[in-house]
Design a protein around this ligand. Structure first.
Ligand SMILES: CC(C)(COP(=O)(O)OP(=O)(O)OC[C@H]1O[C@@H](n2cnc3c(N)ncnc32)[C@H](O)[C@@H]1OP(=O)(O)O)[C@@H](O)C(=O)NCCC(=O)NCCS
Length: 145
């Protein structure tokens, strides 16, 4: 794989992100990603990151700083969505994306990052634990409607 560059997300990355999501989920959802890309760029143009290799997007990580969740006043850096092209995995791309996103959170004065992962998503859980996330003292509950 050619050299990997990590840089902030831009609108032009939409096709690349949609393609990676399609490879991961088997679903082609350009409208979903258009909405998300627009949202994250508008919220904070420097936070969300993409990894590029040979002019092609090979990974993305979307997140933002939010405050006041769970009755906590402290602003929190949220890692919301991520994906690395299956052909580019295991080479540190996800780790580099996380380094850039977390560095941005730190530079914004944030002291804690959070993410939510379904218990069955063992691959993502393994990844986030290996980059330093640990179970939080928060109970996650839901009610079916
Ligand atoms: C999770 C994911 C982002 C990891 O990307 P990656 O580029 O392969 O990760 P890296 O190569 O940077 O690995 C970083 C660390 O995570 C660890 N890691 C990666 N995948 C792992 C796994 N499945 N289990 C345990 N650890 C894992 C690596 O061993 C590495 O640890 P180290 O630094 O101690 O060696 C990638 O596998 C992916 O996109 N998965 C699908 C995500 C998805 O389903 N997204 C849709 C919902 S938002």
């Amino acid at each position: 794989m050619a050299d990997v560059t990590v840089r902030p997300l831009s609108e032009l990355d939409l096709d690349g992100i949609t393609r990676i999501d399609e490879r991961i989920t088997g679903r082609y959802r350009p409208e979903v990603w258009e909405e998300r890309v627009t949202y994250y760029i508008r919220r904070d143009a420097e936070a969300s990151q993409v990894a590029e290799s040979g002019g092609k997007v090979v990974g993305f990580m979307l997140g933002e700083v939010r405050g006041g969740e769970f009755g906590l006043e402290e602003a929190t850096g949220w890692l919301d969505f991520m994906g690395v092209d299956p052909d580019a995995r295991g080479k540190g791309v996800g780790g580099r994306l996380a380094d850039a996103l977390l560095a941005h959170f730190r530079s914004a004065g944030v002291h804690v990052a959070r993410t939510m992962v379904r218990t069955e998503d063992e691959q993502i859980l393994g990844f986030v634990r290996s980059i330093g996330f640990a179970p939080a003292p928060i109970s996650s509950l839901e009610k079916r409607l």
